[in-house]
Design a protein around this ligand. Structure first.
Ligand code: ADP
Ligand code: MG
Length: 567
């Protein structure tokens, strides 16, 4: 194997040459204490930066087995080290020429602890994957600057971020224990008849609508109502009390601006683990929880929305409903049926982002518009069947209609950010003021069909490229010449999840879309491969910017591909 002196010689030789000369540094080099791998060299100073890796053997890195010997801990340790690497890089931040010259960066995590490809830890080594903007003056190689980056800056980052002894031991253990506790808590929900748990003292509000960090000033910590209080004994933190949300239909009522949506959003995020200090470390939700919202304008491909939508004025078949432009109510119906198809166990609905005519149809409206003239069966008439027949729970923010009292198992009222259990009160009111509306939901929920996606309807080609897939921030996956709009898919929390989903779509197409396998079978297969082989299984390249996603969001991306056809 080459040594660092070999690398130094190459950099000397190409100094001042045209930028493509950098291609010569591809390879593997032995440094004191670590191995450097140059996997991909950028074509010019303004292109996507070069991809490099360091591998630090455990003899040098020194992580005790208890920091990575369980899945929860291994993921959290890798997450912690990604953050440490990122912090060490931002200490450097010296510009060294044109374009991205001088950049050393790792995929920056948000508030969630996710499995990523940025750092991998096992018994053998710690591997960090990062990008480097190889320095240039105009389009000429700055060999000496590159040497300074790779021989001075990089070893400093490695030493301060990737060695156990250099890290804050207390913070590191806090990180992995918090993740382990959260995973354990989530694993206890179902056996205790719960779909979510919010610990007392949790801080739910965020700094702003675009800043997911915890609200610093004036946040009222969460306080569970006595009737819904449950206790757990966490493996690391010990006893914890909080509000358990039981399986079934749960209504979150309360005045405007009293914290309803904030609670629901926290439940939505509870499928992920959060970093210490976030405030939501012990807010956990059933992994199968999916936010459902209206999304008018989206495309729908062959979805049976007939449980919710009957005869449409254009005679479209709602048992195999396709449109390039769904309405508010049909998009929400499709979102629900697709979530069920993918295996969702809990639906989270907020009146703020729901279509009103999908949620309710009151007595007076039933009198004015006969059932035969209204294609929509409102959610209120289906939500019980979802639970009773399919075991799918719903947590629903609803400050606008007390008709829902009739179908709720649990009613929580948010009052100045403090939840109260008002189930009995709501029952009494429902008894006293009987709703005159008629049930329109029929005897059964109806079928949820498993569709068979057709591989040929996913075309990854673009121009001369056989496969061109990339992601743009949190909003879009570019798949061939198609844009997949994920703006309304709220279950995503990090851009790297979109990178991974983009690759997973292609992977699923190549491996599993054979014209026979159903979508749920394909999701099973892909997720099993990722469980077994890690996210690297999805990408033929070695990249550091893939993050774990759920099957629901993978399905959501496929369902929003406008060219999708199903059998
Ligand atoms: P609602 O859905 O009931 O209308 P929101 O959940 O949108 O209300 O909350 C309204 C505002 O109150 C938001 O700005 C939110 O950040 C803030 N908020 C929510 N919960 C708390 C809390 N526990 N402490 C302080 N502020 C909060
Ligand atoms: Mg709200």
């Amino acid at each position: 194997m080459s040594t660092q002196d070999d690398l130094r010689r190459i950099l000397n030789r190409i100094d001042g040459k045209g930028y493509p000369a950098y291609k010569d540094i591809r390879g593997k080099y032995e440094f004191p204490g670590f191995t450097l791998l140059v996997d991909h060299v950028q074509g010019d100073p303004f292109a996507a930066p070069s991809r490099l890796r360091v591998q630090v053997p455990q003899e040098a890195a020194g992580y005790p087995p208890d920091t990575f010997n369980k899945r929860s801990r291994r993921i959290a340790l890798a997450d912690f080290l990604t953050r440490a690497f990122d912090a060490a890089c931002s200490q450097l931040s010296s510009r060294r020429g044109t374009g991205k010259s001088g950049l050393i960066a790792i995929d920056r995590p948000g508030q969630q602890v996710l499995e990523r490809t940025s750092v991998l830890v096992d018994e053998e080594a710690v591997e960090a994957r990062f990008v480097v903007g190889l320095p240039a003056a105009g389009r000429r190689v700055l060999g000496r600057q590159a040497a300074a980056m790779l021989f001075d800056d990089l070893p400093r980052v490695v030493a301060s971020a990737l060695h156990f002894s250099a890290n804050n031991r207390v913070a590191l253990y806090r990180h992995i224990k918090a993740a382990e506790d959260a995973d354990w808590l989530r694993s206890q929900l179902a056996a205790n008849g719960l779909v979510a748990f919010v610990a007392d003292g949790a801080v739910l509000p965020r700094r702003s609508g675009v800043d997911d960090r915890t609200l610093r000033k004036g946040a009222i910590p969460f306080q569970s109502p006595a009737l819904l209080r449950v206790e757990f004994d966490l493996p690391n933190a010990g006893p914890v009390a909080g509000m358990g949300i039981p399986a079934g239909v749960t209504l979150i009522a309360g005045g405007g601006y009293h914290g309803k949506s904030t609670l629901l959003n926290a439940l939505e995020r509870g499928v992920y683990n959060h970093i210490p200090g976030d405030g939501r470390e012990l807010v956990v939700t059933d992994e199968g929880a999916v936010k459902i919202r209206a999304e008018d304008g989206r495309a729908v491909s062959g979805v049976d929305i007939s449980p919710f939508i009957g005869a449409l004025p254009n005679d479209a078949d709602t048992r195999q409903f396709s449109t390039a432009n769904a309405s508010g109510s049909t998009s929400q119906a499709a979102n629900i049926v697709e979530a069920l198809e993918a295996g969702a166990r809990v639906l989270l609905v907020d009146e703020d982002t729901a279509a009103t005519n999908f949620m309710i149809r009151d007595h007076r409206m039933q009198e004015l518009i006969a059932k035969e003239r209204e294609p929509i069966t409102p959610f209120i008439d289906k939500v019980r069947q979802l639970y009773d027949e399919r075991g799918v729970s719903t947590a629903l923010v609803m400050g606008g209609s007390g008709d829902y009292f009739d179908v709720a198992d649990t009613v929580i009222a948010m009052d100045a950010y403090v939840p109260r259990d008002v189930t009995d009160q709501a029952r009494a009111i429902a008894q006293k003021y009987r709703a005159e509306r008629r049930q329109e939901g029929g005897d059964h929920f109806g079928q949820v069909m498993a569709r068979v996606p057709l591989a040929e309807s996913l075309d990854p080609r673009k121009g001369r490229r056989e496969v061109k897939i990339s992601a743009r921030g949190m909003k879009t996956i570019l798949f061939g010449i198609s844009d997949i709009d994920l703006t309304a898919v709220e279950g995503l929390v990090h851009p790297s999840q979109l990178n991974a989903i983009g690759q997973a779509l292609y992977y699923a197409r190549q491996r599993y879309m054979d014209g026979r396998r159903t979508l749920p079978e394909i999701l099973d297969a892909v997720m099993a491969d990722v469980d077994r082989d890690g996210l690297d299984a999805l990408d033929r390249r070695v990249v550091g910017d893939l993050a774990r996603f759920r099957r629901y969001e993978l399905a959501a991306a496929l369902n929003r591909l406008r060219t999708l056809r199903v059998a």
